[in-house]
Design a protein around this ligand. Structure first.
Ligand code: NIG
Length: 386
């Protein structure tokens, strides 16, 4: 079997504390040995291999695992963003603007738009991505969005319960019936997850519970958008229902933090959304110190967070969510993998998929120290240079 060796790594982040120092499992002067798409060994620099890559003393980290994106959409909401920066508040209803454009787009148009965004994310070091539907909000368009997403990932999330579309105004319960019935039946074969936006202006606790229960009955794992714009029932509902992840967690009460600490649901922070909507930043320190599992993700979408930069999210998580640099890097890699229940991702240890990033820097600290600078200079996807 052909072995690829990434050699002369100045600082290797394995995310496996049994292999090295601290929670990041740091190994200095290392070589990463890859066979058949997987890491097979972490050795001292100077290891032999059929294909040899010289890291030149720089830092190698696991690829970013982006566990929350909405990459399938058409249209542009730059004007809405500009108005927000001038003082207008963010509202969930903006989603309907994107829905109109997405419904009007063909499969080919959506495919081209999504491919471009996925390529942009890969250039920024995102080696695995979750992609939600949620801008179709009718049976045909939701299914089309799931099909487009499926070309890029097995972690497709059906988000028919994003908001109530205009044709169901004042008939939210009828829309929930459609989501739980015909729409779910059309989308479930293409998806691994179901999600619901549990928020004022979107779906209340009972409607959200109904959506999650229907998804679970259809064999899907559960995810929730919770506590984004207000304190509310989303986080506790997610934990109660055994969701893999509850995302946003911007407005947390003590009871939410206690629930997260006592459950198996990952609290996924989306700091670029808080940045772009001028929400207050959540205090991740409080959640981590309580013992909950955490992740960070880009939430790339046209309304609240139009970025594919996980490095930017890491910088915000450190500066504004009060994570340490190590916690933020762990949250963007192993945390995302945990939220997607994918043990093979988010680490560079024997048995893991060899998704690795070479940073043009001596240390991962530069991701935060040099905000906005594209530091990813080489990427391996399952051991192959991307
Ligand atoms: O995660 N909160 C709901 N969905 C997206 C926002 C979508 C939009 O504004 O278009 C989010 O922030």
């Amino acid at each position: 079997m052909t072995a690829t060796v990434i050699d002369r790594i100045g600082l290797l982040v394995t995310n496996d504390h049994s292999l090295g120092e601290g929670a990041l499992g740091l190994v200095r002067d290392a070589a990463l040995v890859i066979e058949d798409g997987k890491v097979v060994a972490v050795e001292r620099a100077g290891a032999a291999g059929d294909q040899h890559f010289d890291a030149g003393g720089r830092c190698v980290i696991p690829g970013f695992v982006d566990s929350h994106t909405h990459l399938v959409f058409a249209g542009d909401r730059a004007d809405e963003f500009a108005a927000r920066m001038a003082g207008r508040p963010y509202e969930a209803g903006g989603i309907r603007v994107t829905t109109e454009a997405t419904r009007a787009a063909t499969f080919e148009e959506l495919t081209a738009l999504t491919r471009r965004r996925r390529e942009e994310a890969l250039r920024a070091g995102i080696t695995h991505v979750e992609i939600k539907s949620g801008y179709g909000l009718d049976v045909d368009t939701e299914r089309r969005c799931c099909e487009v997403a499926r070309a890029h990932t097995e972690d497709v999330t059906f988000l028919g319960a994003h908001v109530v579309p205009p044709e169901f105004r004042e008939r939210a319960d009828a829309y929930v019936d459609l989501v739980c019935g015909e729409m779910l039946a059309a989308c479930a074969p293409l998806a691994r997850w179901i999600d619901v936006f549990c928020e004022e202006g979107a779906f209340d606790a009972d409607q959200s519970r109904a959506v999650l229960a229907a998804g679970r009955a259809a064999g899907l794992g559960l995810r929730v958008h919770g506590n984004q714009l207000h304190a509310g029932p989303g986080v506790r509902l997610a934990v109660e229902m055994g969701a893999a992840s509850v995302d946003h967690c911007t407005h947390l009460a003590d009871a939410d933090v206690e629930a997260l600490a006592g459950g198996d649901t990952v609290a996924t922070f989306l700091p670029a959304a808080d940045f772009s909507t001028r929400q207050p930043y959540p205090n991740a320190r409080r959640v981590i110190d309580a013992g909950a599992q955490v992740a960070i993700a880009t939430n790339c979408n046209p309304g609240s967070s139009y970025t594919t930069s996980m490095s930017f999210c890491i910088a915000l998580a450190v500066r504004d969510l009060r994570m340490t640099i190590e916690e933020a890097l762990l949250a963007a890699t192993a945390g995302g993998a945990r939220s997607l229940r994918r043990d093979e991702l988010g680490r560079l240890a024997p048995g893991a998929r060899a998704d690795a990033l070479l940073l043009d820097a001596p240390s991962y600290t530069h991701l935060v120290y040099r905000p906005g600078v594209p530091l990813v200079s080489a990427t391996w996807l399952a051991g192959v240079r991307a």
